[in-house]
Design a binder for this molecule. Structure first.
Ligand code: NI
Length: 186
């Protein structure tokens, strides 16, 4: 798709009924696109954000990026504490600083039943716009930093499978194959 086609599709989708949004799974090609910045945070965007939280908590995730509900815009939601009161929104996020390293298991709602070890920065500072349309900066450590990096990857079309080495791909090959077959059979 071209940028203009993406933009048209996304504008249409942002105006659609948020209840119709659902989780997009690997290997849906929408997950591999570079997403575009959002122009503003209005009521239709807030309705999408609320639906994203509903899906994220419903599927027991701690982060969810807009392309994972089929919207190719630069936005993600997160709850590192998995507390329904802890709802963090990042529109047009940018990682502006990072430090240290961590290595740990990572999953993704677009890759059910799959996890793999991924090396990430341990401390990450992000600049973004919130649900209220105001810019802010936040520094996250450990899991929060991991979420910032994983979800930022989504906005550039980079997926868990792109972070897997040969061993992890082999270990997950059955689950990956099942996802590929399920997608082909839609
Ligand atoms: Ni993910």
């Amino acid at each position: 798709m071209t940028d203009i086609e993406n933009r048209k599709e996304t504008d249409k989708a942002l105006d659609a009924d948020p209840a119709s949004l659902c989780i997009v799974r690997y290997p849906d090609p929408r997950l591999s696109q570079i997403c575009m910045p959002l122009e503003k945070v209005d009521d239709s965007v807030r309705a999408v954000i609320d639906r994203m939280f509903e899906l994220m908590f419903g599927f027991r995730g701690v982060g969810l990026a807009a392309p994972q509900v089929g919207l190719l815009v630069r936005m993600f939601v997160a709850s590192p504490t998995f507390d329904p009161g802890d709802r963090r929104v990042y529109v047009n996020p940018e990682i502006i600083a990072s430090d240290g390293m961590q290595d740990g298991d990572e999953g993704c709602l677009s890759f059910p039943n799959i996890s793999c070890r991924v090396k990430r920065k341990r401390v990450v500072t992000i600049r973004a716009t919130g649900r209220d349309g105001k810019a802010f900066e936040e520094t996250g450590e450990d899991l929060a930093a991991r979420i910032f990096q994983h979800e930022s990857d989504h906005l550039d079309g980079r997926l868990l499978i792109d972070r897997m080495g040969t061993v992890a791909k082999l270990a997950n090959r059955r689950a990956l194959k099942e996802l590929e077959e399920a997608f082909a059979a839609r």
